[in-house]
Design a protein around this ligand. Structure first.
Ligand SMILES: Cc1cc2nc3c(=O)[nH]c(=O)nc-3n(C[C@H](O)[C@H](O)[C@H](O)COP(=O)(O)O)c2cc1C
Length: 326
């Protein structure tokens, strides 16, 4: 059982994964309202937080008053990361998560994210320093290893546990896989089943439906799951998984519900970022909300070209009218 703010007592939690450019507080709120048990912020550079860069503080804003603020930080310097964690705690973070898994070139080339998988002693130092610096719990998120020749997840997990990390999320891919191939849940299960590991392990990778979620809970014994890409345009997935875990029938959203949430997402995005950026950022989401709807291409193109919220509202109303008429 997980003993962390917001997650205590929740059996088999289903958590929104941190995603840079996606899990801003607008999207986190949508997923929390739709049934996610928790959500993690986009990653924040420790160095930027220490330099008090305004954007870093915006990434920490809560989705709503009662959200447990789980703030993710990345960096490769124990001093900078722990100072950033103190700033995050002072600004209301309830849990600090350390990113040791980001595979993106510009991040790893500077020794951050998944690059720490090549230097486990430094990963451990960062975790130890951060745990010592703050009074809120510290968690971490990593991958199986740098590549298939260096599968170090078990060693990383045990070192992080020694450092005082309270929960570990493991994405079942190596850094060299980036997002290709398939997540290896057997490797996640192997780490979970290590007798020396006592902290909760959250599994992550490729969960996109209730059946897969149930399968990995049953087969791998993980303490929770984290969902990233499949939640984009489908925040209903969280409730569907929760219902399936309780043996209840999964209910799919209607087109009207999709349009209603899409409109709310748009208006919240505009409140958060202003009309121009709010509309631009919604382009990442529209296509996903309407995935799988037949003959949708003309609407998709119109949504991606629209430059203001009124135009988008008109298109969304047309979509609703058109498909309801069928
Ligand atoms: C667009 C995008 C941005 C991401 N940003 C982060 C991030 O900021 N921090 C992090 O730990 N992982 C990040 N990830 C990785 C996800 O949290 C997750 O581990 C990965 O997508 C695998 O889970 P999934 O198969 O459910 O998507 C990102 C993934 C995507 C697709």
């Amino acid at each position: 059982m997980i003993n962390l703010p917001g997650l205590s007592g929740i059996e088999r939690p289903v958590i929104l994964a941190p995603m840079e450019g996606i899990t801003d507080h607008t999207f986190r709120r949508i997923c929390l309202d739709a049934g996610a048990d928790a959500g993690i912020s986009e990653f924040i550079a420790a160095e930027a937080l220490v330099r008090l860069v305004e954007k870093s503080f915006r990434k920490m804003e809560p989705a709503h008053g009662h959200e447990i603020r789980w703030v993710q930080i990345f960096g490769n310097n124990p001093d900078a990361v722990s100072r950033a964690a103190i700033i995050a705690e002072e600004n209301g973070a309830d849990i600090i998560d350390l990113n040791f898994g980001c595979p993106v070139k510009k991040i790893v080339h500077k020794g951050n994210g998944a690059a720490l998988l090549k230097n486990l002693p430094l990963m451990q130092q960062i975790a130890t320093a951060t745990v010592a610096a703050v009074s809120v719990p510290v968690t971490a998120k990593t991958r199986l290893g740098w590549d298939f020749n260096s599968l170090v997840a078990t060693e990383a997990a045990l070192r992080l546990q020694d450092a005082g990390i309270r929960l570990l999320t493991l994405h079942g891919r190596t850094r060299s896989q980036q997002y290709g191939g398939v997540a290896d849940w057997n490797a996640i299960a192997e780490v979970k089943n290590n007798q020396a590991l006592s902290i909760p392990l959250i599994g992550n990778g490729d969960i996109d439906c209730a059946e897969k979620a149930i399968n990995v809970f049953d087969r791998c014994g993980v303490d929770g799951i984290m969902i990233g890409r499949a939640s984009i345009g489908n925040p209903w997935l969280f409730a569907q998984i929760k219902m399936a875990l309780q043996g209840k029938k999964v209910i799919l959203p209607t087109l009207a519900q999709k349009i209603e949430v899409c409109k709310k997402h748009l208006s919240d995005s505009i409140v958060q970022k202003g009309e121009k950026r709010g509309v631009l950022e919604m382009r990442k989401h529209f296509v996903h909300y309407f995935r799988g709807i037949p003959d949708f291409k003309p609407y998709k193109l119109a949504l991606l070209k629209a430059v203001c919220s009124e135009e988008i509202e008109v298109i969304l109303n047309q979509i609703e009218a058109s498909y309801n008429a069928h």
